[in-house]
Design a protein around this ligand. Structure first.
Ligand SMILES: *Cc1c(COP(=O)(O)O)cnc(C)c1O
Length: 417
């Protein structure tokens, strides 16, 4: 058995890593800064800088309004087609547009409208708060008899599919769940839960924000109805980059979404006064897309497609396992507990660790108060430190040094008490 607490082990893993070449595709300004927050905001692909400069100079400045007929109008679908390849969907089932929360509203309303006569939405307490807020907004807006049923988690790490089954009945119109949970990194069994939804003639909407680009998803193989997700986490699309939505092909012409903007209409440039929805995925578009933000998404997507989801997932599992092995040796003795599944099949690409002094530890790590570099993790109230690993650019050595820093900082803080 190699000694994992010796840095030479991490260095050997980097040498053996078939994806190690991708790190140089990203801007790494400060080699001493350990970045384990790619699950909140991914690093900047160098090609994104080139692409944005080119867009500003050649397309916006050079072509002005002609740009719309020279590629800008198709960008939402073109990028959607690339995301489709990462999530097991067909090219014409995915569109890049709006924010994740807005897309949730559009698709959940469309589903409820289609499921007229049924009035129950089911979600769970570990879901991303914005998702729960949007669903609450929908039931408030629609009023009686619509209701939102929020399932409790027993271990506060994941949701047992059986508890979903128990909550379902013939009134269930829509299940809205996250595939990889933002706090614990628990990965839900998409195939099983989707089949469950269909047993009860309910529709299902998956939030893929913490999965896309790190955990393989196969929407078509599961026959999933609807999905949404963001592009600024593991897809490295940049701050506030537009989100995506997926609608299964056979449902597209049956669903009506509530924000009937001109770009979702069948002939936007005829400027008629009566709305008629476009056919296909196009009807889920609303207004003029943010071309500059959207163009920045493409280079990150291309890099992930070049690396391939199978290789990315393999590396992600090895890295989160390496992190947990170091956790057991170094951090558990210091009073940390693990807030993520130990089973790699049920774990995404970030690992949650908990400590009563997590906030102080995080601040000290970010400020680099101990000299020799700093670490950016992600802190969630009250005691959660999330360590996000983006296999496309994080090295094993980074994981090793990051864990060493957490140990060092925690020991110093505890000594000073
Ligand atoms: C990050 C994230 C979001 C973000 O929603 P925005 O509307 O893009 O801010 C939504 N859902 C989940 C599960 C997330 O992880």
């Amino acid at each position: 058995m190699p000694d994992i607490t010796d840095i030479s082990h991490a260095r050997q893993l980097d040498l053996d890593d078939p994806l190690s070449g991708f790190r140089k595709e990203f801007h790494i300004g400060d080699e001493k800064l350990i970045y384990l927050d790619g699950n909140s905001l991914g690093r900047t692909p160098l090609r994104a800088k080139t692409r944005i400069n080119e867009l500003l100079e050649k397309e916006w400045a050079g072509r002005l309004i002609r740009g719309w007929s020279e590629g800008w109008l198709e960008l939402s679908r073109r990028l959607g087609g690339k995301i489709a390849r990462l999530i097991g969907a067909r090219e014409d089932e995915v569109l890049v547009c709006d924010a994740t929360s807005v897309n949730l509203f559009k698709l959940a309303m469309a589903a409820l409208n289609y499921q007229k006569g049924k009035n129950r939405i089911i979600s769970d307490e570990l879901n991303f708060p914005s998702d729960l807020y949007v669903l609450q907004g929908i039931t408030d807006l629609l009023g009686d008899p619509y209701e939102l049923n929020i399932i409790d988690s027993e271990d506060k790490i994941g949701i047992d599919p059986e508890s979903i089954r128990t909550a379902m009945d013939k009134n269930t119109a829509l299940l809205s769940f996250t595939h990889t949970y933002f706090k614990s990194s628990f990965v839900q069994d998409m195939e099983m839960v989707t089949a469950m939804a269909h047993e009860f003639d309910s529709m299902i909407l998956w939030d893929l924000s913490h999965s896309v680009g790190s955990v393989p998803v196969n929407l078509n193989a599961c026959n999933a109805d609807l999905a949404i997700g963001c592009t600024y986490k593991y897809l490295n699309g940049g701050p506030g980059s537009p989100a995506f939505l997926y609608v299964r092909r056979d449902l597209q012409d049956k669903l009506r979404q509530p924000i009937q903007g001109w770009l979702g209409s069948v002939r936007p440039f005829e400027f008629g006064i009566k709305y008629e929805p476009d056919r296909g995925i196009g009807r889920f578009q609303v207004g003029t897309p943010p071309i500059i933000s959207m163009a920045a998404v493409e280079p990150g997507l291309d890099l992930l497609l070049e690396a391939g989801m199978t290789a990315l997932r393999e590396k992600s599992i090895m890295q989160t396992q390496f992190l947990i092995d170091l956790f057991d040796k170094w951090l558990e003795p210091l009073g940390f507990s693990l807030g993520s599944p130990r089973d790699p099949e049920r774990r995404g690409s970030h690992v949650s660790i908990q400590h009563p002094m997590a906030m102080k530890i995080t601040e000290t790590l970010i400020n680099g108060d101990l000299g020799g570099g700093s670490l950016i993790p992600d802190f969630r109230q009250p005691d959660n430190i999330r360590l996000g690993i983006a296999p496309i650019y994080n090295s094993y050595e980074e994981v090793y040094i990051g864990m060493q820093m957490i140990r060092g900082v925690t020991e110093k803080i505890m000594e000073s008490l």
